[in-house]
Design a protein around this ligand. Structure first.
Ligand code: DGP
Ligand code: NA
Ligand code: NA
Length: 213
């Protein structure tokens, strides 16, 4: 496998965007494509609902339980922290990780409820920094039309508009933006090109770093 070389590491690639922007479909296709090209790659997602913390989050998202906004924020963060060491070892062993949502979701969604943005960023300090953040850009109205929202807690147009605004605040010039209203094939192709570039840079020795850098 390419990427399995002892001295080369995998890339940490994060996909972000509003609910129904196509992230989940595109991250799965990307992993399939990377593997087809001979790279070692895995699909990850946050929240990871399989852990004990993840189960609390899942119950909160489906409105089966209520939690204070700060409390759930810290649980989302804890859910990323509990995967940090596995993330680092996978990357160091040469596997590229394609991650469906990360700390940026944490900040964009929680600050949409009115929490202070710096307070929201603080618990993410020290998590691994992505090598590439791709934002799948879709107007909230368009996202809402896509087969309807699934009925989870945050899947409401007015809330998603605030989240979209917060992503604009968080967005740095290093982010790559793809128009998520393009065809699935176009998005897939653009994404793959960006990621292959990034994978090469990491293989050539780009060091891992930590948030918020
Ligand atoms: P998903 O499984 O990707 O559909 O995400 C579930 C929902 O949770 C989605 O509306 C985005 C939101 N979300 C994801 N990560 C975080 C986070 O860290 N904090 C908060 N407040 N919301 C998040
Ligand atoms: Na969702
Ligand atoms: Na998703």
């Amino acid at each position: 496998l390419r990427g399995g070389k002892e001295d080369s590491r995998g890339a940490l690639v994060v996909l972000e965007g509003l609910d129904r922007c196509g992230k989940t479909t595109q991250s799965a296709r990307l992993v399939t494509n990377l593997e087809r090209l001979g790279y070692s790659a895995e699909l990850w997602r946050f929240p990871d609902r399989t852990t004990s913390v993840g189960k609390i989050i899942s119950s909160y998202l489906s409105n089966e339980s209520q939690l204070d906004d700060h409390t759930i924020h810290l649980l989302f963060s804890a859910n990323r922290w509990e995967k940090r060491s596995l993330m680092e070892s996978k990357l160091k062993s040469g596997t590229t990780l394609v991650v469906d949502r990360y700390s940026y979701s944490g900040v964009a969604f929680s600050s949409a409820k009115g929490l202070d943005i710096e307070w929201c960023k603080a618990p993410e300090i020290g998590l691994l920094a992505p090598d590439l953040v791709v934002y799948l850009d879709i107007p909230p109205e368009k996202a809402a039309e896509r087969g309807g929202y699934g009925g989870e807690r945050y899947e409401q147009l007015e809330f998603q508009k605030k989240v979209g605004h917060n992503y604009q605040v968080l967005c740095s010039p290093t982010w790559k933006i793809i128009d998520a209203c393009s065809s699935m094939e176009d998005v897939e192709e653009q994404l793959q090109e960006m990621v292959l570039d990034c994978v090469k840079t990491c293989r050539e020795g780009k060091p891992l770093s930590c948030l918020w850098s």
